[in-house]
Design a protein around this ligand. Structure first.
Ligand SMILES: [Zn+2]
Length: 60
């Protein structure tokens, strides 16, 4: 089965659209990119944003 959901990199919402976010118009990505892909330059940035938003607990 193909993964249909995309996730907006801007607001973090899930959408079925493949071109852009239906809420804020931001770029969308498949929410489970290959973990070690050098293509995903946004992981670090997203991680920082999530950390800032309190979604990820601080490292010990
Ligand atoms: Zn959005």
């Amino acid at each position: 089965m193909k993964w249909l959901l995309r996730r907006c990199t801007k607001c973090g919402r899930y959408t079925l659209r493949r071109d852009k976010c239906s809420v804020c118009g931001g770029p969308v990505r498949v929410p489970h990119p290959p973990r070690f892909s050098p293509d995903d330059r946004f992981i670090k940035y997203r991680y920082m944003m999530m950390k800032k938003a309190g979604l990820i607990p601080e490292d010990p």
